[in-house]
Ligand binder design. Structure first.
Ligand SMILES: Cc1cc2nc3c(=O)[nH]c(=O)nc-3n(C[C@H](O)[C@H](O)[C@H](O)COP(=O)(O)OP(=O)(O)OC[C@H]3O[C@@H](n4cnc5c(N)ncnc54)[C@H](O)[C@@H]3O)c2cc1C
Length: 484
């Protein structure tokens, strides 16, 4: 029986995969694997790198580790395959906010870009017609890359603690209730924005409303239960509109959005930041320059995209209330009541679109070593009254590594690389697709560098032992030393 012939999309993808394998082979230089096998004294296996988080940051880091021949590495993600990151869960938007031409996760391999993947399946013309990358397609693209590149991801494993053990780390893991541990020389935190403090829920909501009356847009929301109900959405960022749209499309009776400001901001500084000079060199600016730039970005919160506004603006049961910061919350006659200077709003349910919390001190992954890490407030006296979030941001080294608050107190910290959004003040945009290639390049220099330094004596011994010559035997060439 002859080989099965593939047609159309399947054939396009098979051809593309063949080309990619060839690209990877052509660019596979140098090929030498350079890290010595490492075991604990009792013989237990020690990974070179464990990446915590299998979203696009973690996958991209894993790909780069492979290219750098740091092969004894693994990615752990607590979610199941395909459920990593927000795309299939709490990103309630039809498509990515980023332009379809965005590159980054492919690390510069043109055939691995989203565009190449899409065109192989649906053709160039369809790509020209495509407006945006849907969340579903983004997930399928990431899963395709992961499979094709054979990235070593283990799903369903939560890391519950990072403990230094001599010159390695012991990661406490939990896989479906089974506790275990994994040893590693280096840790890359690619654990996403939820890992740096969870969600931000205003105190007056969490204190005064029973759990059944409120939720956060970055958690699961039972929209079926909200059918025919009146909902208050607090906040006016992109996710606020995405969730208002989802609730209305799924049959909510009315949605009232409470906005602190008198209007929706016009400018997206995320767009402004999309230039290579900025993303490549931000991390090398001095502290004051970083603080000034980041303050400008913080002063101008990103607006939702136009299509998120259009999703709700024509609906009669959508109501937007400007100049309406929440000043109190409570329950009256079985309804949630949110008070603002402009009046009271009664609702069956309150959805907080109030962003991520930023609290490393309480975040399970960071808590054990939080008191040892240098923060911005330890190293840089920003202007009086500056942002608390900035002051409490980790003050990182040039390659995403944590630095010690007190020199010498926790030298192992430099072997944990913080590739989460909490790196942004030190390193520039982290986590977003467009920043990936710049960030990962820098990250890899740091990881490689740290191994070479730690193993320096072995490398020195190795260069002294080096005895591999293609010239042996030629009469003009010195004789090799006699075997010892
Ligand atoms: C709603 C929303 C929409 C966005 N849209 C865009 C966009 O269009 N374009 C763009 O560039 N950016 C966007 N962003 C910003 C950014 O790209 C995303 O936050 C993106 O998910 C970041 O990728 P990541 O891999 O860093 O983190 P995540 O995608 O969050 O992945 C982190 C992973 O780590 C895992 N994890 C966390 N803690 C542990 C642990 N202890 N043990 C094991 N696993 C763990 C999680 O399960 C998760 O899968 C958006 C963000 C949000 C919230």
């Amino acid at each position: 029986m002859g080989a099965v012939k593939l047609h159309g999309a399947a054939a396009g993808l098979v051809d593309l995969e063949t080309e990619i394998r060839r690209d990877l082979e052509i660019l596979d230089y140098p090929v030498k694997s350079w890290l010595r096998p490492f075991k604990r004294d009792d013989g237990a296996h020690v990974f070179d790198v464990v990446v915590i988080g299998g979203g696009h940051s973690g996958l991209c880091a894993a790909f780069a580790l492979k290219r750098e021949k740091i092969l004894n590495s693994i990615v752990l993600d607590e979610n199941s395959e395909g459920e990593e990151g927000p795309w299939q869960t709490y990103a309630r938007m039809p498509d990515l906010r980023t332009r379809k031409s965005v590159t980054g996760a492919e690390l510069g391999y043109a055939n691995l870009t989203y565009r190449a993947y899409f065109e192989a399946r649906f053709g160039e013309e369809t790509y020209q017609e495509l407006k945006r990358i849907t969340c579903g397609e983004w997930t399928s693209y990431l899963l395709w890359m992961r499979r094709l590149l054979e990235l070593p991801v283990r799903n369903g494993v939560r890391v519950e603690g990072i403990e230094p053990e001599g010159n390695i780390f012991r990661l406490k893991t939990n896989a479906g209730g089974a506790q275990d541990y994994i040893l590693t020389r280096r840790v890359i935190l690619a654990s996403g924005p939820l890992s740096t403090g969870g969600t931000n829920i205003p105190d007056s909501i969490s204190t005064n409303l029973p759990n059944s009356f409120y939720g956060h847009v970055y958690h699961s929301v039972d929209f079926e239960r909200l059918k025919d109900k009146t909902i208050v959405v607090i906040g006016a960022g992109a996710s606020a509109f995405d969730n208002a749209g989802t609730a209305l499309e799924q049959g909510a009776k009315a949605v009232h959005m409470l906005v602190r400001r008198p209007h929706i901001p016009r400018l997206s500084l995320i767009r402004w930041a999309d230039w290579s000079g900025f993303m490549n060199t931000y991390a090398d600016l001095d502290d004051e320059q970083k603080w000034k730039l980041a303050s400008e970005v913080q002063r101008n919160p990103s607006p939702p995209p136009m299509r998120a506004l259009n999703r709700v603006d024509k609906r009669e049961n959508f109501h937007i209330h400007f100049n309406s910061p929440m000043i109190a919350a409570g329950i009256e006659d079985g309804k949630a009541v949110i008070e603002t200077p402009a009046g009271k709003h009664r609702a069956d349910y309150v959805l907080c679109a109030t962003g991520f919390a930023f609290n490393l001190e309480r975040a399970p992954l960071f808590r054990p070593f939080f008191s040892d890490i240098a923060l911005w407030k330890d190293r840089f006296a920003g202007p009086p009254g500056g942002s608390e979030k900035f002051s409490n941001s980790p003050y990182l080294g040039r390659h995403y590594e944590f630095l010690e608050k007190t020199p010498g107190a926790a030298p192992w910290l430099k072997h944990i690389f913080n590739f989460t959004q909490s790196a942004t003040l030190s390193m520039g945009p982290t986590g977003r697709v467009s920043g990936l290639k710049y960030g990962v390049r820098r990250l890899m220099i740091g990881v490689s560098n740290s191994f070479v330094r730690e193993d320096f004596e072995q490398h020195l011994a190795s260069v002294k032992r080096y005895n591999d010559s293609e010239l042996d035997g030629h009469p003009w060439v010195e004789k090799p030393p006699a075997a010892i």
